[in-house]
Design a protein around this ligand. Structure first.
Ligand SMILES: Cc1ncc(COP(=O)(O)O)c(C=O)c1O
Length: 377
């Protein structure tokens, strides 16, 4: 590796302070490393933040999606409508419960499910819509919830990328709209538990089922070796919960830092000819900045630009190669019948730039200048 690439601006970086280190260390001084007081407190904090009754912490966002589908009884013969322009776990978990994913196209501005496309995808077998709040931009919940009500469909919100975003008037946090909502706390997210996630619900029966499923099928209050149904080990450790509690207590500060970083990029990049920057605001909601994704000019050579930026130590990502184009999914019937012109058009041009709480103005200037040069502008 050359000196040039060693300096580097990473794509993402967790923001861990002495408070997180102290909280995790304190757990290590107790005998409770799993299923203890930190779990109960983290779940209570998450539920209170979102104004819902129940939060069930799990080992990842993927585990949360899997349990959400199982809790609603979705399985073989059922269809679930979802975007292809998202992370692969969204479709994989639908397949893992034996249901059939049906890909619907997205809105070209928000990059979230387009309600009209979702409506076209509804069939007599549709059971649920998996509504992803992509890149922290709230999805069109008003239209999607109305459609779900009209067609008697469940709504699972995938808010893995969107903690702290809000929607509606008066505004409500994303994750408080669906039958169930899933969050993810991987280290590239706004807040992290290392690995981890959570499922939120207002329904006490759903909460109980989620707790049973995440803990090897043990019913509430049952003994350690009593298993009433097929379950999983999707528990989140006390160390992770302690870390999550401190991160959640800092969420306003974190979101403000990320918003300021997004505004700085906007000012640096908006005048580069042919480059499309993400909107800073959206109607009916507020953004929780997860990543900063630009769209390159149509004719730009994205691979070449990524290589050029990486030569300067600047990491970038192709968020997202559509799921229906992934090797595993491309031969699936759901992919072959998918009609996703906006997804195809957008996904060819997207480039995620380095983006994290503590990114400095100097680093952002460096990224902007390197991108401008790589584009020949
Ligand atoms: C939209 C979306 N859903 C689900 C996941 C899965 O979360 P995890 O990586 O915690 O399993 C992610 C994570 O990147 C995501 O972005």
């Amino acid at each position: 590796m050359s000196a040039e690439t060693r300096a580097g601006v990473p794509l993402s970086s967790p923001d861990i302070t002495e408070a997180e280190i102290a909280a995790v260390t304190a757990v290590l001084r107790t005998p409770h490393l799993s299923l203890g007081p930190e779990l109960a407190a983290f779940e209570a904090d998450l539920a209170a933040f979102h104004g819902v009754d129940h939060a069930v912490a799990v080992s990842s966002g993927t585990a949360g999606l899997h349990l959400a589908l199982l809790t609603l009884g979705i399985g073989p013969g059922d269809e679930v409508i979802l975007p292809s322009f998202t992370f692969i776990a969204v479709a994989n978990t639908v397949a893992q419960v034996g249901a059939t994913p049906v890909f619907a196209d997205i809105d070209p501005v928000t990059l979230n499910l387009a309600p009209a496309a979702v409506e076209r995808a509804v069939s007599p077998r549709t059971r649920a819509i998996m509504v992803v709040h992509t890149f922290g931009i709230p999805a069109a919940m008003g239209a999607l919830l109305a459609l779900a009500r009209r067609c008697s469909l469940f709504v699972i919100e995938d808010a893995c990328e969107a903690i702290g975003a809000s929607y509606g008037d008066p505004p409500r946090p994303v994750g408080s709209f669906g039958d169930l909502a899933v969050f993810g706390f991987y280290p590239n997210k706004q807040m992290t538990t290392g690995e981890g996630g959570a499922v939120l619900t207002r329904n006490p029966a759903h909460a109980e089922r989620l707790r049973t499923l995440r803990n090897q099928g043990r019913a509430a209050g049952a003994g350690w070796l009593d298993h009433v149904e097929l379950g999983y080990n999707y528990r989140l450790s006390e160390l992770a919960c302690a870390l999550g509690r401190v991160q959640l207590s800092r969420i306003d500060e974190i979101l403000a830092l990320r918003r300021a970083a997004a505004e700085r990029y906007h000012n640096l990049l908006q005048n580069i000819p042919g480059l499309e920057v993400p909107p800073l605001t959206v109607p009916n909601g507020t953004i929780s900045w997860f990543v900063y994704v630009v769209r390159l000019p149509e004719e730009a050579d994205r691979d070449g630009i990524q290589t050029e930026l990486s030569r300067h130590g600047i990491a970038t990502g192709r968020y997202f190669p559509p799921i229906h184009r992934q090797p595993f999914w491309s031969t699936h019937p759901a992919s072959q019948t998918a009609d996703l012109p906006v997804t195809e058009r957008v996904a060819r041009r997207t480039l995620a730039l380095p983006f994290f709480n503590r990114i400095t103005s100097e680093q952002q200037v460096e990224v902007a200048e390197a991108l401008r040069k790589a584009l020949g502008r």
